[in-house]
Design a protein around this ligand. Sequence first.
Ligand SMILES: Cc1cc2nc3c(=O)[nH]c(=O)nc-3n(C[C@H](O)[C@H](O)[C@H](O)COP(=O)(O)OP(=O)(O)OC[C@H]3O[C@@H](n4cnc5c(N)ncnc54)[C@H](O)[C@@H]3O)c2cc1C
Length: 463
Amino acid sequence: MSANQFDLVVLGAGPGGYQAALRGAQLGLHVACVEREPALGGTCLRIGCIPSKALLESSEKFAEARHALARHGIQTGPVELDLPAMLRHKDAVVAALTKGVEALFKKNRVTRFTGHARLAGPGRVVVENGAGATELTARHILIATGSKPAALPGVACDGERIGTSTEALSYPEVPKHLVVIGAGYIGLELGSVWRRLGAKVTVLEFLPRILPGMDGELAAEAQKLLTRQGLEFRLGARVTGATLTPGGCRVEIEGAEPVECDRVLVAVGRVPNTENLGLETVGLAPDEKGRIPVDEHFATRAPGIYAIGDVIGGPMLAHKAGEEGVACVERLVTGYGHVDYQTIPGVCYTEPEIASVGRTEEQLQAEQIAYRKGVFPFLANGRARSLGQTEGRVKVLADARTDRVLGVHILGPRAGELIAEAAAAMAFGASSEDLARVCHAHPTLAEALKEAALAVDGRALHI
Ligand SMILES: Cc1cc2nc3c(=O)[nH]c(=O)nc-3n(C[C@H](O)[C@H](O)[C@H](O)COP(=O)(O)OP(=O)(O)OC[C@H]3O[C@@H](n4cnc5c(N)ncnc54)[C@H](O)[C@@H]3O)c2cc1C
C-alpha cells in the first residue's frame, strides 16, 4: 500500500471521527484522519463539552464557597475570583485531553493529516494546508465534519462583544450584563457560568419554554430554580437584531423595548459543516437543513462514502457522534454495528443538572402510548440531604401494559451521572419492576431512581 493509500479516511477528528478512526485501527484497518485544526478532539474537546464543563465545575465551586459552605459549618472569609486562573485551568483540561487523543492516534497507528479535507471524486480526498495539497485514496471515506453555531438573522457576530459559545468560553472579564439568545442547554450552561461569576444574565427565548425537547414539567421546575439563582428569563421573545453601540450592545426584540448589555451570546442551535467539502464530486448534496443524508448504516448515496455525528440528522451530542462512528466502522469490517437511538441520554449541566433518556410525557401523549409514572423527590433522599442539594426529582415513565421503562427524567444533583443507570436498564429492556428490584447502595442519590421506579406501582417506601 502506498504512503497515501488507506482502507479508511476519516474527515474530522471530533468525538465521532476520532473514535471511528481508533475503532477502525483496532479492527485492523489502515486508517488516516484529517483535521483542519491543530488540536484533535473537535468541537467537543476544544470549544464545547469539555471547556464548558471545566468552567461549570469551577464556577460552581466559586458559588459554593460563597454561598453554600457556611451551611456545612465552613467559614471561608471573603472569597475572590481569579478569572485568569480559572480560564487557565479550563485551557489545561482541554490541552490534556486533546493531547490524549494525539497519543491514542500514535498508539493505534492512525495516520494524522492536518488541513482542510475535500472529496475529489469516488475514493479520493484532497488535503489542503499552507504547505500545499496532498491526495489520499481510500476504500472507505467517513465524513465526520461536525457542526458550527447557527447564525441569527439581524445579529452580526463581531467575534468579541457579540459572539457564540466559543467566545463565551473565554471572556477576559466578567460581563456586567450578558444577554443570552436561546434557552437550550448551551445558553443555559454558559449563562449559569457567568451568572455565578457575578454577571447579570438575561436569557431571551423565542419559544414559550426553556430546553425544548426535554421533559416539560422538569424544564419548568428548572426554570424556577435558575431564576432563583438570578438568571432572568424572557420567554416568547423574538430577537430581530443585535448591534454594537458606543457603550456595548443593543438587542432588539419584536414588540418590546431593546435590551442594552455589554455582551451577547448567540446560542440558537448549530448547523452541519459541509462547506467546501467537495460533496458534488461524488454526486451528493446536503438536505434542506444542511445535513448529509444517510441510510440506517450511515451510508450516503455515494458508494464507499459514509457520514456520522453532527453532520447528519439526530441529536447533536458528542456521545451520539461517538456511538455512530464506532457502529459505522464495525459494520464495515464485521458486518454488524448498531446504535440504540431510544437510549441516548441528554444532559444539561446546570445546577441542578437535568438529564433525560427515552421518551418524555409529551412524546408519549402525542404517540398515544398509555404509560404509568413514578416520581420521587430528592428532598426525601438521605444523600441529597447530606449534600444540601434537595431540589428536583426523578420521574420514571413505564408502559402501562408491559411495565417496560420508556423514559427517565431527572432534575437534581448529579443527574448526569444518575441517568447512566436508567440508560443501561432501558438498553436491556428493563421494566420499572426490574429497576425497583435492583439493590442500590445506601445512602446514595441513585436510591431516588429506585424509589421512583417503586412509585410507578404506588409503592415508594420513603414518601
Ligand atoms: C459549548 C458547547 C457545549 C457542548 N456540550 C456538550 C455536552 O456537554 N455533551 C455533549 O454530548 N455534547 C455537547 N456539545 C455538542 C458536541 O460538542 C457535539 O455534538 C460533538 O462535538 C459532535 O461531534 P462530531 O464528531 O460530529 O463533530 P465535531 O466535534 O464538530 O468535530 C468535527 C471536526 O471536523 C473538523 N472539520 C470540519 N470540516 C473539516 C474539513 N473539511 N476538513 C478537515 N477537518 C474538518 C472540525 O475542525 C472539527 O474538529 C457541546 C457543544 C458546544 C458548542
